[in-house]
Design a protein around this ligand. Structure first.
Ligand SMILES: Nc1ncnc2c1ncn2[C@@H]1O[C@H](COP(=O)(O)OP(=O)(O)OP(=O)(O)O)[C@@H](O)[C@H]1O
Ligand SMILES: CC(C)(CO)[C@@H](O)C(=O)NCCC(=O)O
Ligand SMILES: [K+]
Length: 258
């Protein structure tokens, strides 16, 4: 089986791919200090809990945090006896190279989303991913990542208000019924929720204005369903887009080597 690993700045996700389906998905916080042994103990505990009998023989990693890659490589070597594919690193090709300014190091998660979305929908896409940051990835007709937008993430925006202003509490994101909040928490939730609706709509309209062909908008990430509830922000939502992209990149590399 193929173990797909997606390390974001907040969370790290392991998903096991049997060639047809993901048999399980496990999530932990991203901490660069975590060792190869710690990853493996966590992973086997969850496998045993779910009574899954898995034989991993290949690993692919996408990491937006460079420091965690060393220990994940050690884990792949020590426990699965394999050399992992690491997206944007030597030995891991992309189906289509990005077209961006020279010297730009595009986040591997954005390149993986691009590959996953192109595989499912073809080109001319905007992929909106709600992670630590909210990213918009523009996928060209031929499947190349050709740029996009990086905006502060939803939870990051709420946390920044709390950190910077003594009287503002920590609050969770939710969809407020009204825009005019009548208490502090409701005001903050309104600012971030309705502000984000405006941000997503406005950016997608502007991207479409700069692009010369019709585009489809794909939403992904934990908060995509919340923001799409009741609004036609996205043409579709796919919660497994990053993991799907990892399987696409893995298959592409296997095909190249055969
Ligand atoms: N209603 C909600 N309120 C707060 N957080 C939520 C809600 N729904 C989902 N989430 C959060 O979304 C996260 C899943 O999002 P996702 O995996 O896309 O990004 P992330 O892990 O937060 O960011 P990154 O990939 O950058 O590390 C979960 O950790 C979960 O805590
Ligand atoms: C924007 C994030 C943090 C989103 O996870 C990540 O994709 C990243 O670190 N990107 C590097 C810069 C870029 O993508 O242009
Ligand atoms: K993510």
């Amino acid at each position: 089986m193929l173990l797909c690993i997606d390390c974001g700045n907040t969370n790290t996700v392991f998903a096991l791919w049997d060639g047809d389906d993901f048999v399980c998905t496990f999530r932990t916080s991203t901490e660069w200090q975590r060792t190869a042994d710690q990853y493996f103990v966590w992973y086997t505990t969850l496998l045993n809990h779910h009574k899954i009998d898995a034989h991993v023989d290949e690993v692919i990693i996408s990491s937006t945090v460079p420091r965690v890659v060393f220990n994940l490589r050690v884990m792949a070597d020590r426990y699965f006896g394999t050399r992992p594919y690491v997206v944007t690193k030597a030995g891991c090709l992309l189906p289509v190279d990005p077209r961006v300014d020279e010297g730009t190091q595009v986040g591997p998660d954005r390149l993986v989303n691009t590959a996953g979305a192109f595989d499912r929908h073809g080109g001319d896409l905007i992929v909106v991913d709600f992670g630590t940051a909210t990213t918009f990835d523009v996928v060209a007709e031929d499947g190349a990542y050709v740029g996009g937008v990086i905006a502060p993430g939803v939870n990051l925006s709420l946390e920044a208000l709390h950190q910077a202003a003594a009287a503002l509490p920590h609050v969770d994101i939710t969809k407020p019924q009204a825009v005019i909040g009548t208490n502090t928490v409701a005001c903050m939730q309104s600012g971030v929720f309705w502000g984000y609706i405006g941000l997503i709509n406005g950016l997608c309209e502007r991207i479409k204005g700069e692009y010369d062909r019709p585009m489809k908008v794909v939403g992904t990430g934990g908060l995509a369903p919340l923001f799409s509830s009741g609004y036609a922000l996205f043409d579709c939502i796919e919660d497994d887009l990053t993991m799907h992209g990892l399987t696409v990149i893995h298959r592409f590399n296997k095909d190249q080597n055969n």
